[in-house]
Design a binder for this molecule. Structure first.
Ligand code: 1GP
Length: 236
């Protein structure tokens, strides 16, 4: 069976710590043309904050995954397609490599069919995720490619997530990651805010993720990023 994310070209990430823009509502996101929703953020992705968002989205068909920063208490409910568990390969704090995961495995009753790891490489030193995980972002393209190959060939990861959260990354680095992978899927996230930035990154990554644009500029801006992604993938 193909992975849930095999067909994802555009993903919208909801940060439960941030309000939506203006009068936007969560169900509007499902109508933008985005392929999936991830509920995730660096802090406060707690069950208390996630559950109301799941409730608001319960009438939609779109796949919804959670990147928890809490111990998941159950791995699957009707509104939730599953969990994506980040492993931050370049974290200096081992809590974000195996530490938190070890605790979750010890203390949760996880249904493994609904839990999927993502191998993160955090590349914006100014981002809160870099601060939080104490990520070593001082990496050249060969370092990033080496983490990519490590993720796929040594750790058997199926998703390699280049996380430039808050800033638009270097397309050459993203392309190098894509070219280094044989079957794992490259995700790109960071700084996509309009048609052009989405188009540029969708040209070099299988899956692009938008986050801040949802909260800062709203649904119409997300729609523009969907159009940029679709055009990059399907123009003749
Ligand atoms: C964050 O990769 C996502 O985890 C998206 O980044 O918020 O910069 O769009 P932005």
């Amino acid at each position: 069976m193909a992975a849930a994310w095999a067909q994802w070209e555009h993903v919208t990430k909801i940060d439960p710590d941030k309000p939506l823009h203006d009068e936007d509502s969560y169900v509007d996101i499902a109508d933008t043309g985005t392929d999936a929703i991830i509920i995730g953020g660096t802090t406060n992705v707690t069950e208390a904050r996630v559950q109301p968002i799941l409730n608001a989205l319960s009438s939609t068909e779109i796949p919804i995954f959670v990147e928890p920063t809490y111990r998941p208490s159950s791995s699957h409910t009707e509104a939730l397609s599953g969990y994506l568990l980040p492993i931050v390969l370049n974290a200096d704090d081992p809590l974000w490599i195996t530490g938190a995961h070890h605790e979750w495995v010890r203390s949760s009753d996880l249904e493994w069919d609904y839990v999927h790891p993502e191998a993160y490489i955090v590349l914006n030193p100014a981002s809160s995720v870099a601060t939080y995980t104490q990520a070593d972002c001082d990496l050249d393209v060969d370092d990033v490619v080496a983490y990519t190959t490590l993720a796929e060939q040594i750790l058997g990861q199926q998703i390699v997530y280049l996380e430039y959260s808050g800033t638009l990354g270097d397309p050459a680095v993203v392309a190098a990651v894509r070219d280094a992978l044989s079957s794992a899927q490259p995700f790109y996230g960071g700084g996509i805010h309009d048609y052009d930035s989405a188009y540029e990154m969708a040209k070099v990554a299988d899956t692009v993720v938008v986050g801040d644009v949802l909260h800062d500029a709203g649904i119409e801006a997300v729609e523009a990023t969907v159009r940029g992604t679709t055009d990059a993938k399907h123009e003749s």
